[in-house]
Write a protein that binds this ligand. Structure first.
Ligand code: NAD
Ligand code: UDP
Length: 336
């Protein structure tokens, strides 16, 4: 597998994965409509890797355009990041989420089948587990969703499994990410949410920068180590390497697979904030606020399956994550 199509390749996880793929010797063809990113990212990627990433400003839902690209590049594998990703926004605009996230996947599947693409790797999420019945979460945990974003992930997982049953020659890897944070070590790529961040790490960074007055910690009365929510934060470069490992796995061993990509460690919101302040020597003013509707108390991965079958294991520490997030935030600035 040499030619890899990356949908959403200009985005946060897609750009880091593109770097890892180019550095591993793959040819990368990115398709992005820049609804949440900028084409400037590709200059950075090419500069960092010394290689040329081919890219197109095309909506993945546009089946004709996508088909032309896949046919022209003799694509072997598609890594599907393109989609909307804000839970709150998905509750407000469910049709927009179903339209974009589901249709882009259907379009990609059709084009992959038409062009004999061998594998699709999909960006799923730990959100598909719903409220944990036990921890750590392994891939056998029951699945549920409570909002349109989560429903999209569940539906798309099922769609891809069904496609694999009907077309076993098209291999599928469903990668369930835990909480991606951090940035490339050059600090030239990173997470740049538009407007007010929903996620914890960008909010911490913007508060440290003085763009936000204070961080609101949503709840300190959970049944956790210090009462604040616990999550499995994973460095985006580790996550990106997980995709390279999944591609290699499918080259050797075809099929339909599901893997957690997490560290296996839970860190509380307060622990993360305190580590951020200590490592970076900056203040992050915070207040305790009420629980955020829909949040679960704690969630972390059992990453053993990925370790055993992909030979992949997260390497970066929480200290690395807070350092890299902060350095990239300072270097890249805020996207308004
Ligand atoms: P992102 O918004 O930074 O990247 C997504 C990219 O897809 C953007 O560049 C956007 O412009 C593009 N895009 C969206 N719709 C498109 C379309 N129809 N056609 C072409 N391009 C389109 O998001 P991210 O954080 O990099 O997430 C990537 C994937 O990983 C998403 O599917 C997301 O749901 C999933 N995921 C993210 C997280 C997280 O916390 N970041 C956690 C679990 C899963
Ligand atoms: N959180 C917080 N303040 C914020 C954003 C998030 O306290 O401004 C908490 C949130 O309640 C959860 C954790 O940080 O316990 C991770 O939230 P995030 O939205 O980053 O990811 P999630 O796990 O919800 O997908």
């Amino acid at each position: 597998m040499k030619n890899i199509l990356v949908t959403g390749g200009a985005g946060y996880i897609g750009s880091h994965t593109t770097v890892e793929l180019l550095e591993s010797g793959y040819n990368v063809i990115c398709v992005d409509n820049f609804s949440n990113s900028s084409e400037k990212v590709f200059d950075v990627i090419n500069d960092l890797t010394g290689k040329q990433c081919t890219w197109y400003n095309v909506d993945v839902c546009n089946i004709e355009e996508l088909n032309k690209i896949v046919a022209a590049h003799d694509v072997n594998c598609a890594v599907h990041f393109a989609g909307y990703k804000a839970v709150g926004e998905s509750v407000e605009f469910p049709l927009m989420y179903y339209q974009n996230n589901i249709n882009s996947t259907l379009s990609l599947c059709e084009v992959c089948l038409k062009n004999n693409v061998r594998s699709i790797i999909f960006s799923s999420s730990a959100t598909v587990y719903g409220p944990p019945q036990y921890l750590p979460l392994d891939e056998k945990h029951s699945l549920s969703a409570t909002n349109p974003y989560g429903n999209c992930k569940l539906f798309i997982e099922q769609i891809l499994k069904d496609v694999n049953v009907a077309h076993p020659a098209l291999n599928i890897a469903l990668l369930r990410y835990f909480n991606p944070v951090g940035a490339h070590g050059s600090y030239r790529l990173g997470e740049r949410p538009k407007g007010i961040p929903n996620n914890l790490m960008p909010y911490i960074c913007q508060t440290a920068l003085g763009v936000r007055q204070e961080l609101r910690i949503f709840g300190n009365d959970y049944d956790t180590i210090d009462g604040t929510g616990v999550r499995d934060f994973i460095h985006v470069v580790d996550l990106a390497k997980g995709h390279v490992a999944a591609i290699k796995k499918m080259e050797a061993d075809p099929g339909c697979f599901v893997y957690n990509l997490g560290t296996g460690n839970g860190t509380s919101v307060l622990e993360l904030v305190n580590t951020f302040m200590e490592v970076n020597g900056v203040d992050v003013p915070y207040v305790i606020a009420s629980r955020r509707v829909g949040d679960i108390a704690a969630c972390w991965a059992n990453p053993e399956a990925a370790k055993e079958h992909l030979g992949w294991e997260a390497q970066y520490t929480i200290e690395d994550m807070v350092r890299d997030s902060w350095e990239a935030q300072k270097a890249l600035g805020v996207c308004t």
